[in-house]
Design a protein around this ligand. Structure first.
Ligand code: GLU
Length: 686
């Protein structure tokens, strides 16, 4: 990582001046966001460094009628409830990130490409309204020549109206608040692993039925879906294949959901069998060992028939089961391959033998019709899908049973916990023990070459490649899983704090100073006190400034967010009077944009500060004492809006006496921040 210093800051700044706006934002001509050409992956890196000239131009007070109208509108908004105001600001901030300085319009092509870098696709159900609104606007504009609905250019008001229904998700994406904040970098590493696996030509196709033997051994697809619905796919991800054994955890989940673990496990065990997946063997209680091997899965199918839906016909049970799979996949592709079904039924001597053996041992519930059960089992194996859909299913399992793309609660979290536990110990045939040891994650593989991998609370991954090893696991899929956990600390027993040789893509890159500034300033500009509190608790330097010397306090003041201003001064003890590179103080900003309540507060604060000679303890900002945390988590909730926000010396004393840090503002600031601290802005070129 490049060391951040005043010097490097100057260099970056000068360089950025010579770039046009698109280049500064990483939107290079011809750049394709989803791919490697992208220069500056998360488009936010320099956003706040350069955009202020147009939108937060503090060198002049508003002069035109339009400006005045804008001010009135801002005042009006500032009186709205907090949530609504926050939302409005998120929309404005987004517009300012992407709008062209020359035209004052936003290119929706660039905006959507930016959204894609965060992992959100245009066909995500959670941005459906946005996409529909774009079409409506395009139509209203009479399909303006030269641009499609998705590449049209919009003005501020239209943009805000278009994104409004989905702003919560969109703001979360651009604030990098998803489980994988830097999705672009993560995806790049995934691509590297994918490409390494591609060259592996070991393994043989399953040939017990002709349909599997006909697969192309070069087929190799990989799809990822995080619990926040961030998507990435590479290779043969749309090619259909049958679920085979990957259906087993899903039918087991339905049985658990409907019958509960007590009933289900009175029929089937939880132990790895230590034997072949289709071996004619039961455990010492005369039950199949677990629901992931053939005997256990056939038994689960019998529970569906006899206990879950005893009144349904075979056809109805098939539809019923398919509808569960579909809901788990967020409505993505789940079909049925009749040729595979017929072949499975033909080549099923061993499975029939298992069925009869279990019937002989009275394993099934009463009223079981074995023929129907066997057919149902073959039907589940013959359901067809693709990597894309299966990654969403895996993500639903990672997300406690809630589909990340539709947000539908399909299964209860307890059900998913049980399913994942069994997948962890029994999901990869006779490799299960080694898989649990090396990969340390729940997974399920199938003879068609699928491997469903679940990283609980993070993401689901589906790898598909037909060549299998001698134990029946996809060779490339297995290699992918093993390489994944050697690169990232996803193994269940990786220590997240102390293991240093693996990457943690969940980690917010607060180490990257540029990104910290973006996040901090974004939160201040949007009036998001909760986010500011989080930044502070994470140990971030709240006095950080962008290349124009603008601090969180400048932005909170210029947007009229009194709560943020109070929090920054009272809780974070930031200096009240940092100057940006035009010499503007936060109070000037508040004045320029007509936020009289903020002006009043800042002026009183400054007066108190001038009277007080007390030095602020530098520790107060950067180190988190228990008292600090208490202050952070409670104080701005406790503060009554009617009480004066300005601490009197007496109040200060009594608070200090109660162990809390001093709220008295300091001229010098309370932290010696590196590089971008406010002091540095007096240096030439900053
Ligand atoms: N239909 C296959 C069987 O029951 C499924 C095998 C598997 O994927 O493990 O033999």
């Amino acid at each position: 990582m490049r060391k951040y210093s005043p010097k490097s800051q100057t260099v970056s700044k000068n360089r950025s001046r010579n770039l046009n706006k698109d280049q500064r934002y990483g939107l290079w001509p011809g750049s394709d966001f989803g791919h490697k050409k992208l220069r500056a992956p998360p488009l936010m890196n320099l956003v706040f460094a350069n955009r202020k000239l147009s939108f937060y131009d503090t060198s002049s007070t508003p002069k035109t009628k339009e400006d005045n109208a804008k001010l009135t509108q801002r005042r009006h908004y500032s009186m709205r409830p907090h949530r609504e105001q926050e939302q409005r600001n998120a929309e404005d901030v987004l517009f300012d990130m992407f709008a062209s300085e020359e035209t004052g319009l936003i290119s929706m092509g660039k905006f959507l490409a930016g959204l894609k870098t965060t992992g959100i696709r245009r066909n995500d159900p959670r941005v459906r309204e946005l996409m529909e609104n774009l079409k409506k606007v395009h139509k209203l504009n009479n399909y303006e020549t030269g641009s499609s609905a998705e590449t049209q250019h919009l003005n501020r008001e239209t943009f805000k109206a278009v994104v409004a229904p989905n702003i919560v998700l969109i703001a979360k994406a651009f604030r990098q608040q998803f489980v994988i904040p830097d999705f672009t970098s993560f995806v790049k590493d995934i691509e590297d692993i994918y490409n390494r696996c591609k060259t592996n030509t070991l393994g043989k196709l399953a040939d017990y039925i002709p349909q599997l033997a006909r697969y192309n051994p070069d087929s190799w697809g990989l799809s990822i879906c995080t619990i926040d619905g961030q998507r990435f796919s590479i290779g043969d991800v749309d090619v259909p294949f049958t679920l085979q054994s990957c259906s087993k955890p899903l039918t087991y989940a339905i049985a658990l959901e409907k019958l509960g673990p007590k009933v289900v496990h009175s029929y089937v065990g939880q132990e790895p069998s230590g034997r072949n997946f289709n071996e004619l063997v039961l455990d010492q209680n005369k039950k199949p060992h677990n629901p992931m091997i053939n005997a256990g899965a056939i038994l689960t199918c019998s529970l569906m028939n006899a206990l879950v839906k005893p009144d349904m016909t075979s056809a109805e049970i098939f539809d019923y089961t398919m509808s569960w799979f579909k809901r788990l996949s967020g409505g993505e592709y789940i079909g049925f391959n009749n040729a595979v079904f017929l072949s499975e039924r033909e080549a099923a001597d061993r499975n029939y033998a298992l069925g009869f053996y279990m019937r002989e041992n009275k394993c099934f519930p009463k009223r079981t019709n074995l023929k129907e059960v066997m057919d149902f089992y073959f039907q589940c194996c013959s359901m067809e899908t693709n990597c894309e859909a299966m990654s969403v299913i895996a993500a639903s399992l990672a997300n406690g049973g809630i589909c990340p793309t539709t947000e539908e609660k399909v299964f209860r979290p307890e059900v998913i916990r049980d399913v994942l536990s069994i997948m962890h110990s029994c999901g990869t045939y006779d490799y299960s023990g080694q898989f649990a040891f090396k990969v340390g994650l729940p997974a399920k593989s199938g003879v068609s070459g699928g491997m469903m991998l679940v990283i609980p609370n993070v993401m689901g991954i589906f790898a598909w490649s037909p060549p299998l090893d001698h134990l029946g696991n996809t060779v490339r899929g297995l290699q992918f899983c093993e390489e994944l956990v050697s690169m990232f600390n996803f193994h269940r027993y990786d220590n997240l704090k102390h293991l240093s040789n693996k990457k943690d893509p969940r980690k917010h890159r607060y180490e990257t100073k540029g990104l910290s500034i973006v996040n901090l300033l974004f939160s201040a500009a949007s009036g998001d006190v909760t986010a500011l509190r989080r930044h502070r608790l994470s140990g971030m330097d709240i006095t950080l400034a962008d290349y124009d010397g603008r601090t969180a306090l400048h932005l909170a003041a210029s947007e009229g967010h009194l709560e943020c201003v109070k929090f920054l001064l009272e809780q974070c003890h930031v200096p009240h009077n940092p100057k940006d590179r035009w010499g503007n103080l936060p109070v000037d900003e508040a004045e320029n944009f007509g936020h009289s309540h903020v002006v009043e507060f800042l002026r009183s604060w400054a007066e108190k500060a001038d009277l007080s000679n007390e030095e602020c303890n530098p520790e107060a900002v950067t180190s988190k004492t228990q008292a600090d945390e208490e202050i952070c988590s409670t104080s701005d909730l406790e503060t009554s809006p009617t009480t004066s926000p300005i601490p009197t010396p007496v109040e200060s004393g009594s608070r200090a006496g109660s162990g809390r840090s001093s709220p008295v503002p300091s001229e010098a600031g309370s932290t010696a921040s590196v590089g971008s601290s406010i002091d540095d802005k007096t240096k030439p070129g900053l």
